[in-house]
Design a protein around this ligand. Structure first.
Ligand code: FE2
Length: 494
């Protein structure tokens, strides 16, 4: 892998056959010190990077229908004294254990995986498989694997053993949804400047209930309040400012009947409605303030937000937006995707005027991108630097992520670190250097799949000089299937 951009005649930088292999299952569990290292691990980099994502793309040799239905596998990269250790374990959910024992698919997946035997074997089976595959966070002394439609699973951070479902000391009931996208407010105004963890759950229906949770650093619940908003909601992520929790209610319809009758997954029953606006919903984080405000903006589909901040009578929200979202088709194969036919995810800024209720939107980055991140001390605050998984070229179309892009929101300067031709990037995580003063003084960590060698590495990039040589490339002995989300924790668990 080199930091150059190789192009084919049609501006493609990727090899689709190599890309596909990043979705091979990784059934093995490893534990070892990483010794094949290019460059040097900074000795001050001390802590653990946890990652989550689907580890199995098949069960007993039968392919699952969509990666989002894949069993959650946690990877932990531990850093201490300039050395790094890798460990991965599957979250031992009830369904994972049952299916591994049976050697076949026993559960339907939200994104279309069906039990064998056609609709007759799937009709009226609406129980969900909690696959614990989306996010992972260490908070209040607990390592939690998150999946948005059900309760978290708790793991032992030292060895990634699954300890069981976790109800957050009675905050959740069995089966309760709990989003996989919590944010840490680095300095909560309601708690005298102490950090807190903010998360939500959605109970969708003809109207949708959004419940907001805020937790102290010791894990104790600080605040919980629920609000009803009109219409069905498909909300994967949200964003916070000091005063607000902000939700994008994407314009979709949901007709569950084909799911109930065994013909497809629940996720395939979500239909994007481009003629309808997106509702941006502001819920005050202070439970005493009941004034919910809704802003309407031109349609688009948002999975992930980068950040938001308050500025006078305005709130700015930076989000990855898709102009259209193709419906998952029952007969499609996710590996046979035609990237050129899909709209790219692009970074937009939505500016809400709290006085007159209007919204302005402005594209900040047209290049196809996903998985935005930034300095965690800037969550909900005006910020300057954004790091994001990005396509190597700006073709105006969707494309696999093969680079990390740094965007200077003040000057518009861009830096690109490309892993073409064979590298495929994942969500970057920004780790500030100890006692750093500059916002971009830190390390950008991202797992890169090498489609040529069928192995993954962890890249440590320089947050200030992103386009420069990597600080270190830590080559694993195997591949990790394309992952979803992760988090950094300052504690070392070895
Ligand atoms: Fe996500």
């Amino acid at each position: 892998m080199t930091n150059t951009i190789a192009k084919t005649a049609n501006n493609q930088t990727y090899n689709i056959e190599e890309w596909k292999r990043g979705y091979d299952s990784q059934p093995n569990e490893y534990e070892y010190e990483i010794t094949e290292i290019e460059g040097q691990i900074p000795p001050e980099l001390s802590g653990t990077l946890f990652r989550n994502g689907p580890g199995l793309l098949d069960i007993g040799g039968s392919a699952i229908y969509h990666p989002f239905d894949g069993d959650g596998m946690i990877s932990a990269f531990s850093f201490k004294d300039g050395k790094a250790y890798y460990r991965n374990r599957f979250v031992q959910t009830e369904a994972y254990l049952e299916e591994q024992q049976a050697g076949k698919i026993l559960y339907r997946g939200v994104f279309g995986t069906q039990k064998p035997g056609g609709w007759f074997n799937n009709v009226f089976d609406v129980k969900l498989k909690n696959i614990a595959n989306t996010g992972v966070i260490y908070w209040g002394g607990k390592l939690l694997a998150l999946w948005e439609a059900a309760e978290p699973h708790r793991l032992d951070p030292k060895n990634l053993d699954t300890l069981g479902k976790d109800y957050l000391d009675g905050v959740l009931e069995p089966g309760d949804a709990f989003s996989a996208h919590p944010w840490v407010d680095p300095s909560c105004e309601l708690d005298g400047g102490a950090p807190c963890l903010v998360n939500f759950r959605v109970d969708p229906g003809l109207s949708s209930k959004i419940t907001l949770f805020e937790f102290a650093p010791d894990g104790k619940l600080l605040r919980r309040h629920a609000h009803s908003i009109p219409g069905f909601s498909f909300i994967h992520d949200f964003i916070i400012t000091p005063q607000y929790a902000i939700f994008f209610q994407n314009p979709v319809n949901f007709n569950p009947l084909p799911f109930v009758f065994g013909m497809c997954g629940a996720g395939e029953c979500v239909e994007f409605k481009p003629e309808q606006p997106t509702n941006i919903v502001l819920i005050p984080r202070d439970p005493q303030n009941k004034e919910i405000r809704t802003f309407k903006v031109k349609s688009g589909f948002v999975f992930h937000h980068a950040n938001a901040f308050e500025q006078g009578n305005k709130i700015h929200i930076d989000s990855i937006t898709y102009e259209t979202l193709p419906q998952v088709q029952p007969d499609s194969n996710y590996k046979e995707v035609d990237f050129d036919s899909l709209d790219p995810g692009q970074l937009w800024r939505f500016s809400l005027n709290l006085e007159n209720g209007t919204v302005e939107r402005q594209m900040l980055e047209s290049r196809c991108c996903e998985f935005p991140t930034h300095n965690p001390n800037k969550v909900g605050r005006d910020y300057r630097y954004l790091y994001i998984g990005a396509a190597a070229n700006n073709t105006g179309h969707n494309a696999p992520l093969q680079a990390i892009l740094k965007l200077d929101l003040e000057t518009g300067e861009r830096q690109l670190h490309s892993f073409t031709p064979s590298g495929y990037t994942s969500e970057p995580i920004f780790v500030p250097k100890p006692n750093a003063e500059r916002e971009d003084a830190g390390w950008v960590l991202t797992v890169v799949y090498d489609g040529d060698k069928h192995r993954s590495c962890l890249a440590i990039l320089d947050g200030e000089n992103l386009a420069g040589e990597p600080i270190a490339l830590l080559h694993l002995e195997h591949h990790i299937p394309y992952g979803l989300h992760g988090s950094w924790c300052d504690e070392v668990f070895i």
